[in-house]
Write a protein that binds this ligand. Structure first.
Ligand code: ADP
Ligand code: TRP
Length: 323
């Protein structure tokens, strides 16, 4: 029996290299070995996106991104979170077991508060909706980037709390974090993130990608000077594309001197474009028939819904609302 894998991404903007290496690529690499469920976390994105057209455009875009990156709807149950509204019911049951101080410890909430933002209840409750996503499908493995690790821990705690309150109901899921790509750095060396405006877009035009790559921050060493690959932001990104031998050769060229940062950036640019080219073609094909994309999501939702309803039956019974 294959283990059940589940993960989701919020449709809240343009997909970047960090999302690809930190999340989607893992789903693609694992789709043969797991009973995979991958969804579009549209309910989560409403914590920040309050514009109808923007949200629906983002949803379609992320579906295209998933498919273009190689998720195979024959192998993966691909669906939209809001199509299985049972997760919101489960969120409520979990809310009634969750204390305020416990949610106040969530990093994402603390960050939002520290920035002086007005925090909506959705942001505060974000980890609990995510726990419901994970637990309703009896997910065993949850591949995510390092930044989502705490959320998976919230899901584990919540499952344990529910089990000890209402009786054994949920499996305890495991986060799966790939070490080498745990944090993809952005053009300024900090974690690549939409919020830091330091991203390299996955499906940008050649020009947009080039502009982002040329923006990568380096020190001011001239062409002839020896350079330290380990502290170089460009080199850190090469690591995502090159194999061991190629990296060793490049590392040698860095330490010997004679290679400019500009040359290293140009190499990186062509590595990125080589990766993207076939994916871009696939994306164009899918975008010519959006009804097909909608049908893929609907199919996935139907399958996910059957599992969620079966689980809710047990949950409602254990909570006591079923009489
Ligand atoms: P962003 O930080 O740009 O808003 P999201 O929070 O929407 O990105 O992340 C979507 C998925 O991509 C998550 O699973 C997250 O862990 C992963 N991810 C995002 N940025 C990175 C990164 N720089 N390195 C590794 N994984 C990342
Ligand atoms: N919070 C995740 C993110 O920001 C998205 C997400 C929602 C998710 N529910 C999930 C990821 C369940 C894994 C499992 O990317």
């Amino acid at each position: 029996m294959k283990k059940r894998l589940l993960s989701g991404i919020k449709p809240s903007g343009t997909m970047h290299l960090g999302n690809y290496f930190g999340a989607i690529k893992q789903f693609v690499d694992m789709q043969n070995d797991y009973d995979s469920f991958v969804f579009i976390a549209d309910l989560h994105s409403i914590t920040t996106v309050h514009n109808k057209d923007e949200l629906s455009k983002n949803i379609i875009n992320i579906a295209l991104d998933y498919l273009a990156c190689g998720l195979d709807p024959e192998k993966v149950c691909l669906f939209k979170q809001s199509d299985v509204a049972e997760v919101t019911e489960l969120t409520w049951y979990f809310n009634c077991l969750t204390t305020v101080p416990y949610l106040e410890r969530a990093t994402a909430y603390k960050d939002a508060k520290a920035k002086g933002k007005e925090v909506n209840v959705g942001v505060f409750d974000y980890p609990i909706l995510m726990a419901a996503d994970i637990l309703i499908y009896d997910s065993e493995v949850v591949p995510v980037g390092q930044d989502q690790k705490q959320h998976v821990e919230y899901a584990r705690d919540t499952a344990q709390k529910f089990n000890s309150t209402f009786g054994e109901t949920f499996k305890i899921p495991e986060a799966l974090i790939m070490k080498e790509v745990a944090v993809v750095p952005g053009t300024d060396g900090k974690k690549m993130s939409k919020s830091y405006k330091n991203t390299i877009p996955l499906f940008g035009t050649d020009e947009e990608i080039k502009k982002a790559v040329m923006k990568i921050v380096t020190d001011s060493k001239g062409t002839d000077e020896p350079k330290d690959p380990e502290t170089c932001n460009i080199f850190k990104l090469h690591k995502l594309f090159l194999n061991k031998e190629e990296l060793a050769t490049l590392s040698d060229r860095y330490t010997k001197g004679g290679m400019s940062y500009k040359e290293s950036k140009e190499m990186l640019l062509s590595e990125i474009l080589d990766l993207i080219k076939p994916m871009r073609e696939k994306r164009e094909n899918y975008s010519e028939d959006l009804d097909n994309v909608r049908a893929i999501l609907k199919n996935g939702a139907n399958k996910a819904k059957v599992i969620a309803l079966g689980k809710m039956n047990i949950i409602r019974n254990n909570v006591g609302v079923k009489i």
